[in-house]
Ligand binder design. Structure first.
Ligand SMILES: Cc1cc2nc3c(=O)[nH]c(=O)nc-3n(C[C@H](O)[C@H](O)[C@H](O)COP(=O)(O)OP(=O)(O)OC[C@H]3O[C@@H](n4cnc5c(N)ncnc54)[C@H](O)[C@@H]3O)c2cc1C
Length: 172
């Protein structure tokens, strides 16, 4: 659920089969559905494909691709806007330096963490036993959840025991 105005929220249901409708997905969340019953819909139901994509090249001459045009991750991660803004910052710096080539070189590093985190989240969705272990670990050791959130949000990780690279969770 994302606020999109002072009195409007966007409800997105992420569905990974071709048969479930938005209303059927909403029916699985009775408390939310009940609260929405009193709210008039602001639009009809819309759909969007949510996939991993990555352009082979993001710069050609004086054209640079950013945002979903350059790369996208599954919407489950909630990282698309962050990735686009990061790319925009690097493009701005590259323009200032007079060459977009530095953006092309920096690009793989700009999307690496988002791709790894999204792959990890989708892996958890497919492997229930792993999801249970991870959720249990995060509940019993909140610092793991905090570190993962920091990594997810792209914050620089704080040094652990004076070792900036040391991080207890390795994501492949
Ligand atoms: C269900 C869902 C939930 C998501 N949740 C999150 C989230 O919680 N957090 C997050 O960070 N990201 C989320 N994302 C991803 C995020 O929405 C995208 O990464 C982001 O919107 C990409 O921005 P963009 O400007 O690159 O592209 P877009 O937002 O797609 O903008 C492209 C614009 O170009 C317009 N356009 C297209 N073709 C033409 C044309 N020929 N001429 C003129 N205009 C054109 C389109 O109408 C559109 O307005 C979600 C995505 C989905 C599908």
């Amino acid at each position: 659920m994302t606020p999109v105005g002072s009195e409007t929220v966007c409800i997105a249901a992420m569905i990974d089969d071709n048969h479930t409708s938005f209303d059927q997905a909403l029916a699985r969340l009775p408390t939310l559905r009940q609260r929405l019953e009193v709210a008039p819909p602001a639009s009809e139901t819309r759909g969007a494909a949510s996939v991993f994509t990555r352009a082979l090249r993001v710069v050609s001459g004086n054209v640079a691709l950013i945002g979903d045009a350059a790369a996208s991750v599954d919407a489950i991660a909630g990282l698309g806007v962050t990735m686009g803004l990061r790319q925009a910052l690097v493009v701005a710096r590259s323009l200032k330096d007079g060459s977009l080539e530095s953006y092309e070189r920096a690009f793989p590093g700009l999307i690496r963490t988002a791709h790894a985190m999204t792959s990890f989240m989708l892996l958890l969705k497919r492997r229930r036993w792993l999801k249970r272990i991870v959720l249990h670990s995060m509940a019993s050791r909140p610092w793991i959840a905090n570190q993962l959130l920091r990594l997810h949000g792209g914050e620089a990780l704080p040094p652990v025991n004076g070792q900036p690279e040391a991080f207890p969770v390795e994501i492949r």
